[in-house]
Structures are given as structure tokens and as C-alpha cells.
Design a protein. Sequence first.
Length: 302
Amino acid sequence: MHPDIEAKDDRFLALTLPDSRLEKLHGGMRWAEGPVWFADGDYLLWSDVFSDRMLQWVDGLGARVWRQPSNTSNGNTRDREGRLVTCEHATRRVIRTEIDGTITVLADRFEGKRLNSPNDVVVKSDGTIWFTDPPYGLIDKDGAFNTESEIGAWNVYRLDPATGALAVALGDFDKPNGLAFSPDESVLYVADTGISHRPGGAHHIRAFDVVDGKTPRNGRVFAEISPGCSDGFRVDRQGNVWTSAGDGVHCYAPGGKFLGRIKVPETVANVTFGGPQRNRLFITATTSLYAISVAVTGAQYP
């Protein structure tokens, strides 16, 4: 097995490729985040948050600026029609980029109050859009507020784009961050990254049973992430969770067992599955974009 891959459980050996190695695809970012794969165009988009831009990577052609300014975009995903859905910090909103390139604002207020700074987003098979809204866009590096929160809470929201109805799905978080559903959508995983601005703060992923397709219940800690925290993550078709961490990408079995890690020389922010076989793990890590091929495919659509 290549030294980039470290197995802590034999099950990880079946999820990785022994001769696969980590590749650096692009550098020069200030905080790389929110990777999303476009299978129909065979390219990757991601956010360079602090540079206020989004980039595009195409195999064989490299990377180029795709959108600038980007309103300090962060998390990205695609909806069931293949449209890009993006969380923006500067505008404190969630937007959708239509096929013709026009922008539709999906959510920027809750009960008349401005959102904090939408961070990460996932779309369920019923078309509902779930996103986290921590205060990261409102605070400085020491955690002091540059702009006060109008809502005064850090929630996970569920948006029905057909009606525009926005509801609080979960509210008991320090700093809700990455989120994803299990392959059958019976479990919602949500990261809490309170440790980012508070020593001893949360650095775990919580799991919730999804009741009647829309109500998370029975919250419990799924995995404690160390070093670092789970900024963003994805789930593969077998239900394993591949998450960012301070030393690379950690992989956890559906039951929460730590299976192993892919070592990355920079702090990882997020990951996504892509490539022609959907088994190439793209990794946004501080200043760089990396990729490594694995032996399992991603569960997310499209």
C-alpha cells in the first residue's frame, strides 16, 4: 500500500487502491472549499473563499477562474436538475445558478431576519435543500463579531424550493458545518466545528435519524475528528463517511468505526467524488486541490 494511505481497519483496504497515490492538481488558493463534480461536463468546480472566486478544473487542461467575484462562496452542490447550488458568505444567502447562467436567490432570510453566513449544502432526492448557517462570515479569526447575527442562532435549515418555505431542521449546534445524507437518506450527518474558535469546542460529526423524510431525530455523536475537525465530507455508496481532518481525509464506517486515512500535507476543508467512474476523490486543502483514486464510488447525485 502506498504511504499516502494508512489503514486502521482491514475494511479500509477494500475501499482503497494499493498503488494509488495523492496528486496535486492545482495550488495558489487562500482557502479551497466546496468541491462539486459535473459529470455531464467532466469538470470540477470549487470555491477559493478568501480570494472571492470560484475555479474550474478540467483533466488535461488544468484550472481556470470560473467566477469572480463569487461573494465569498463556500459550499457547493447540484440539485436534481443538475443546477449548481452555492452558499455565499458575503451576501448571506443560498443561490442557484440556472442553466443559462442567471442567478436565483433561494434563501437569504428566515422569518424576516438575514441569515448568518450559509456554509455547506446538500440536496435530498425530494428536491429539498438542506444547508448549515454558522456565524463564520460574521466573525474575525478570534471569534469576535464584526457583524451581529440578526437571528442569534446557528441552525441547519430545510428549504422547499417549490414553495420557498424555509424551516429550522436542527438548532442545537455550536457551529454547524458540513452535512450529508446516508445513501438511503435515512440518516443525516452534520458536523459541528466549534473548536475552530473555542478551545475544547466541538469537533465531531453527529448523526440523526430522518423521520418521515424531513424531520431529524435521535441525535448522537457519530465520530470525533482529531486532529482538526470535520469541515466537510461525503458519503460513498456503501455508506462510509469520508471527511476532512487536520492531517488528511478520514474514513468512517456507517457504524462510526474509524477505518483509515489518506494523508494530505495541508489541512483539508472538503472532499467530493468525481471522475468518469465516480471513484476519484477530489480534496480541497487550504491552498491546493488534490485527488486520489479509490475503490468505491460516491453516493451523491448527480
